[in-house]
Design a protein around this ligand. Sequence first.
Ligand code: ADP
Ligand code: MG
Length: 330
Amino acid sequence: MSRSSVAGMIELEGLTKRYGEKVAVNNLSFTVRPGIVTGFLGPNGAGKSTTMRMILGLDHPTAGDVRIDGKHYQQLKDPLTYIGALLEAKAWHGGRTAYNHLLCLAQSNGIPSGRVRDVLETVGLTAVAKKKTKGFSMGMGQRLGIAAALLGDPRILMFDEPVNGLDPEGIHWIRTLMKSLAAQGRTVFVSSHLMSEMALTAEHLVVIGQGRLLADTSMADFIARNSRSYVRVRSPQRERLLDVLHQAGIVAVESGDGVLEVDGGKAEQIGELAAQHRITLHELSPQQASLEEAFMQLTAESVEYHAHSDTSATGPEPARQQWGDGWKRG
Ligand code: ADP
Ligand code: MG
């Protein structure tokens, strides 16, 4: 069966999913391309899993469309040879062995049984291939899920929060795997609620909040645009210092607790000005705003927009909190 010339593309157009009053995915349009890892980032509840389920035809869109190489998932012949997916982590309670689990999947999808050994080897489960999956740890379960995704040797791999439940060695392994799959020319689409995780893995970034698209950008661009550098200054003579800085044409903003932030400022220049005017400094420290902060701001703004448009109880604070929790959970 011949594949279209745009092999490996996932295209979303106005994709929308409503559950009753709740808009889980709101008019999402973007394209996922081959050869790179595309990170799909958003706080918990942003709509990542719902979007991924719609890509796989497991959930039906309320509006809009999503296609894989120009086709709906249901139209793909031997879909596992087009797209392999690891969805949300689930408990393994099967009485089957890992080998038999994959063998059944292969046989029911027209995949040569020799692939089972290959993928078990790739994910490092060869030694436990004949063990029943119900005794598997979360990390082993994730590896088995990834083996299933790789079984059909698909052009597109989609992973929903794959590092959840993995130990540091497992996390390092999956990052390396995702990059090497992309380097082979495959399309890798991976979701996370952790910016720190995406920064290490993804070359392109799609950010959503409350089901809406907030950014669709290269990681390099995102970092360049959002890594603000500034100098933190504390002084018991804050008013004097503000005057002196102002006279020197330096803009400082007060960020609460008596701290001044000088955007793009030079610590040396500020220190010398303070010395000339005999102003005591308690702190003078160059800072780099974190990418996490940039994401919190990005999603907080989307929440504010919603707070104005619908008068429901969800104000900006809970969502901000959600991000905060998300970062820590990683
Ligand atoms: P994410 O994967 O980004 O954490 P989800 O796609 O799981 O987000 O959920 C998006 C929103 O849709 C959440 O508010 C969630 O509660 C809601 N949602 C997801 N699935 C259902 C469902 N089957 N019924 C009702 N609401 C749902
Ligand atoms: Mg999810």
